[in-house]
Design a protein around this ligand. Structure first.
Ligand code: 5RP
Length: 218
């Protein structure tokens, strides 16, 4: 199975978890795109919260009913992709720049389901880089603090986030203790959000590869 087929298979499989009456969080990216399309084909009686403008457009084009996070209040399930998944189910997310809304939605959900092709499984986080959303007010100050935590470079993306903030990528190389780094990043004023999603918010991980779709056991 090639990578695109794997993304399609796992994205579609996750859509089967969505039942009538649910409030559903929709992530962002090329894997969860298939979840949204599958839901659009089946049209269960659900309300959805999107994690980006891109997903909002896709979901409304597919005929799904969208509400704001505040209108939904809480979610039964949220389904999203990941850029890296370590053996303990800590994640790096934000490759698509939607990390802040994705984290809000993941933490609103009783069940947070991660969907990915097998290339996202890593022995240790860090190789992908760490996406950061930063206030435009003082990106240099924030970058210096991130460098002081051990990043070797911090680069700025061209595109702004859907929230009008800057998107940066920090290269840590290796992140041996994701929880410790997450706590230190959370203490940097002006850093709106970082792309470390700790394992305690993850309920299920579905991955697809040569042998089809499988559910990881923690
Ligand atoms: C977007 C994300 C995505 O979930 C992540 O980048 C994975 O994307 P894809 O499914 O396209 O590989 O975090 O901000």
């Amino acid at each position: 199975m090639d990578q695109d087929s794997a993304k399609q298979a796992v994205g579609r499989r996750a859509a089967e978890l969505v039942k009538d009456g649910m409030r559903v969080g929709l992530g962002t990216g090329s894997t969860v795109r298939w979840t949204v399309l599958a839901l659009g084909e089946r049209k269960p009686d659900v309300v959805c919260v999107a994690t980006s403008r891109q997903t909002e457009e896709l979901a409304s084009g597919a005929g799904l009913r969208l509400v704001s996070p505040d209108e939904a209040g809480a979610l039964d399930v949220a389904i999203d992709g990941a850029d890296e998944i370590d053996p303990g189910w800590n994640l790096v997310k934000g490759g698509g720049g939607a990390l802040t809304r994705e984290k809000v939605v993941a933490q609103m959900a009783a069940r947070f389901v991660v969907v990915a092709d097998e290339s996202k499984l890593v022995t240790e986080l860090g190789g992908f880089g760490l996406p950061l959303e930063v206030l435009p007010f003082a990106p240099g100050v924030v970058s210096d603090r991130v460098l002081a935590l051990g990043a070797t470079t911090v680069t700025r993306r061209e595109a702004a986030s859907d929230n009008g903030n800057l998107l940066l990528d920090a290269a840590f190389g290796r992140i041996p203790d994701p929880a410790a780094l997450a706590a230190r990043l959370a203490g940097i004023p002006g850093l709106v959000e970082h792309g470390l999603f700790l394992a305690d918010c993850v309920s299920d991980v579905l991955v697809a590869g040569e042998s089809g779709v499988r559910e990881l056991v923690r």
